[in-house]
Design a protein around this ligand. Structure first.
Ligand SMILES: CC(=O)SCCNC(=O)CCNC(=O)[C@H](O)C(C)(C)COP(=O)(O)OP(=O)(O)OC[C@H]1O[C@@H](n2cnc3c(N)ncnc32)[C@H](O)[C@@H]1OP(=O)(O)O
Ligand SMILES: CCCC(=O)O
Length: 458
């Protein structure tokens, strides 16, 4: 039998439908899904339908597009407990409603949690991939992440194919072979989630200006998610910066824009020169078309992209990420607000640490100085201390630059009173007096920190 007919016989023998495939799940099992667009769709729906038959099935996902059906199927019967390593907006709603839980981790350690013997059990992994190629491989498309480590830990593997996933060339960890798979389900090829570019506000533009003036030719860029990093990408596209490189966890539309305007060549990178390195992609159809089979882009496991030594291996790494709040000690909270869990630590810690340790590298945390709550009340995002429940994403020892529309400050090497002074200088003017009073009560204010000196710094 020749190679291709052997592969196709194996494929046919494993082909089934979603309802049959999920019969493999038993009460008490741990089930892992995919990450981002590689979360299963039909298999999630089929598993949720077994709500009356199953007890105590624990599901783990990474950033489910929309809302996972298993999370809401349960209605308190103890059939499913839904957990997630990083919340999407749907996961956030599930958590708000008591239908989901967060799993704390730093993103670079995702693979090792599954690789360390006995840390995590995976009875069944069900994930979405591209259809099988001529060699028997299923590609993880835009969700490489730590899928390979999960699959290697899984007792049973079910693949749900979708032909709208781009073929993402690796790298490492970007595919699985038919010989490793137990069941294949062909889906209805519903288009994967696309994300429009977030709108750029005037405040975002001001913040982006402070950051872009710190970037030099040949720098290696990591942009986080949200409007602010998108504004930075937009401004870089219009600049005359040259030979920028990309080593990031998330590939988004702003990289495509910077590539098209000739800002990105990747030629000055010392690690993976000539290639844009990423572990997942989230953006428009244009972005997915760009990465599809593109040898200039390399999809790697997050154990590689977010490895601290790999991040700092390139020179002049610039990492730009968003935050929810920063306190006067310089701690950064990027994943929750009080007891409301919003997203996750993700790779923020990895890139803030790795960028600072790259030769000439800089790490930026950016946020608007205020936010208007759902109750209409305007709050300062520079806080004396965080509310109970707010999670520290970056300890104060790791934070380098903090940027608002009122300026940028570098906290490295600064004592507590200098940090308070620096951070209040970039807070919204309406909140500065109150922050100074709080800093006095917190014993992080000395007599030479006076209001006029704050105004001078601003
Ligand atoms: C994928 C990557 O980012 S790679 C980079 C490394 N990873 C990280 O940085 C992970 C942590 N960071 C993050 O998850 C994001 O950058 C965030 C959440 C900090 C900001 O992302 P954005 O998309 O700009 O957030 P957005 O403004 O849409 O707010 C998300 C939610 O948080 C809420 N929120 C934002 N700021 C605040 C605040 N200061 N107080 C209370 N709630 C807030 C919003 O109301 C919104 O809730 P909703 O969905 O109910 O409306
Ligand atoms: C899963 C991690 C995504 C992020 O870093 O935001």
């Amino acid at each position: 039998m020749n190679f291709s007919s052997k592969i196709s016989r194996e494929y046919q023998s494993k082909l089934t439908n979603a309802e049959n495939a999920v019969q493999v799940v038993k009460s008490g099992d741990w089930v892992d899904y995919g990450a981002f667009a590689t979360n299963p769709d039909l298999l999630d729906a089929a598993l949720a339908k077994r709500v009356d038959e199953l007890q105590d099935v624990k599901v783990r996902s990474v950033t489910f597009p929309g809302k996972a059906k298993v999370a809401t199927a349960d209605k308190g019967q103890g059939s499913f407990i839904y957990n997630n390593w990083h919340f999407s907006s749907g996961d956030r709603i599930n958590h708000d409603n008591g239908n989901g839980y967060y799993i704390p981790f730093v993103y670079n350690e995702g693979p090792s949690h599954y690789e360390e013997e006995g840390t995590l059990r995976t009875d069944v992994c069900m994930m979405r991939t591209t259809p099988m190629d001529a060699f028997g491989n299923f590609n993880f498309g835009v969700g490489n992440s730590f899928q390979r480590a999960i699959l290697e830990n899984a007792k049973t593997i079910i693949i749900e194919t979708n032909n709208t996933l781009p073929q993402c060339l690796g790298g490492t960890g970007e595919s699985i072979h038919i010989s490793e798979v137990d069941y294949v389900v062909e889906s209805d090829n519903k288009p994967i989630l696309t994300l429009g570019a977030p709108p750029i506000t005037e405040i975002d533009e001001k913040i982006a200006n402070y950051i872009v003036s710190e970037i030099r030719d040949g720098a290696c860029i990591q942009l986080g998610i949200g409007g602010l990093p998108n504004a930075v990408g937009n401004l870089i596209s219009q600049s005359d910066l040259k030979d920028l490189g990309v080593h990031t966890e998330m590939l988004a539309d702003s990289y495509l824009q910077m590539f098209k305007t000739g800002r990105i060549t990747n030629l000055k990178k010392t690690l993976d020169p000539g290639r844009m390195v990423y572990t997942f992609a989230l953006g428009s159809q244009d972005l997915y078309d760009f990465i599809d089979n593109n040898p200039k882009c390399a999809s790697y496991s997050v154990g590689y992209t977010n490895n601290l030594a790999n991040i700092s291996a390139n020179d002049n790494v610039v990492s730009i990420n968003n935050a929810i709040e920063v306190d006067l000690y310089g701690q950064v909270s990027s994943e929750s607000s009080g007891f409301r869990h919003i997203t996750g630590t993700g790779g923020q810690f990895d890139f803030a640490y790795g960028a600072y340790h790259s030769k000439g590298g800089k790490s930026f945390i950016c946020l608007s100085s205020t936010v208007t709550g759902k109750d209409g009340v305007v709050k300062s995002r520079i806080r004396p201390i965080f509310d109970p429940g707010s999670i520290v994403t970056l300890p104060r020892t790791i934070t380098q630059y903090v940027v608002t529309e009122y300026g940028k400050v570098n906290l490295k090497g600064k004592s507590t009173w200098e940090r308070a002074e620096a951070l209040i200088s970039i807070a919204h003017p309406d909140f500065r007096d109150e922050l100074i009073r709080e800093a006095q009560d917190m014993k992080i204010w000395v007599n030479r920190n006076r209001k006029d000196c704050i105004n001078a710094a601003a």
